[in-house]
Ligand binder design. Sequence first.
Ligand code: XMP
Length: 524
Amino acid sequence: MNQHGNGDPAHYSDERILVLDFGSQYAQLIARRVREQNVYCEIIRHDLSAKQIADKKPAGIILSGGPSSVYVDGAPRCDEGLFQLGIPVLGICYGMQLACHALGGRVGHCHSREFGRATLKISDGHSLLAGLPPEMDVWMSHGDQVNEVSTDFTPLAATQSCPFAAVQHKSLPVFGLQFHPEVTHTPLGPTILHNFLYAVCKCQGRWHLADFAQATIEQLRQRIGESRVICGLSGGVDSAVTAALLYKAIGSQLSCILVDNGLLRKDEQAAVLAEFTNHFKADLHVVNAESRFLNALTGVTEPQQKRKLIGFHFIECFKEEAAKIADARYLAQGTLYPDVIESGAAPDGPAATIKLHHNVGGLPEQLGFELVEPLRDLFKDEVRKLGLELGLPEQLVWRHPFPGPGLAVRCLGEVTADRLEVLREADHIVVSEIKAAGLYRQTSQVFAVLLPVQSVGVMGDARTYENAVAIRSVNTDDFMTADWSRLPYDLLARISTRIINEVRGVNRVCYDISSKPPATIEWE
Ligand code: XMP
């Protein structure tokens, strides 16, 4: 068992695929697509030796794409010995170029760089490309390509500008795809991945979240023994699923802490408490710290300063409450796999893309507890499925994310009790209307923002000079990039009318039509 509370993933799935990351924006997507086909998949750094890779006993290896050119000095490479291990290898885009380059092919610039949709013509529809039509749409995104393969390779498919869009080695189990089977713009990509996993790698499909839950609960029980575990609750899905797993494992040895910083949404504390008490009989500590946070925020308008203060007081409140819980040895955190890869904390080191996220509302590692992180091998969509598996209610499992600093980063300018009240009411209207329109699941994050702006209006016959509220609604897969939601005009009109009529002190509503980047999802 590792130090984080999970066993080795092999304990809950004895077959796995390894993705070697060469800096692709799609490495995580590849891993998710593999797991969707019930095969456990991990992302590892590209420069592990062939022996280190073989020791992990993968059923197959996928070489991801990446932004480099294989013929440039310093381009990321893999140990070429891995092509000789007898383990199936699928190179995607840069990964394909690397495999072909290593095995006698020639890689160079394409005559015309190819970005976007292309038509793939299949010349050999066996093995990797079995069950596909002779022509299909694929998604290309490359400046280099394989221009010549050695006689050891069989071409399987081509596009108009790419003669070797899919290849297979004649004697080694090595395959290459110049296009991206993992993106939705390659509609039959899942069939290709399925062929690789099941026909080529001979996987059995043993990755199921129900088994994961059972194995994890058992491992937690063994690791924790008779000790007490503290778990912070935020109202979000990650901490709820963490608590649910722990509760199933150790029952009354679990103590949960909810810090109400006064920056929660309308009726949120009550909703979290109701969900909690309906599902757990665990010890629950609620810290009502509204005045502490609002006092600390008095006169503060600078966003980073707000975040720092909130982060500091959150940790202090948590520590003070935790100190009252006798004999606690462990602290449970809802860390997810993307956090592990992005922070470079994975045992195999960082993937190429490193996001330094401002995770205010989290806890530092040095609180004096041993960490338990039962979700650190899971993606967010898997956590949601696991939550349902563990019996948590849909409205909790599908709740939009809410930032640790809460409404403070949506209350632009000074955060006061009165301004928070205006924001809370407006936000409640926005979210209720989105839900009533049946759009909550189709949007990723929806909320109101109170602007530090007053503008002139007319209500009845009187001039008003009051607050403006912005509505933010975004659609995103990973929250790293996002697009604004194309909400129906009628819905926007209803939200606007309701806010102006029902929330005292607001006379203007705007809709935020900025994508991320360059804007961020939150306004501060
Ligand atoms: P941005 O505004 O950076 O937000 O586009 C991306 C996602 O992260 C959430 N967010 C936070 N979550 N603590 C959190 O736990 C924070 O300090 C924080 N700041 C932003 C944001 O709500 C969105 O989902």
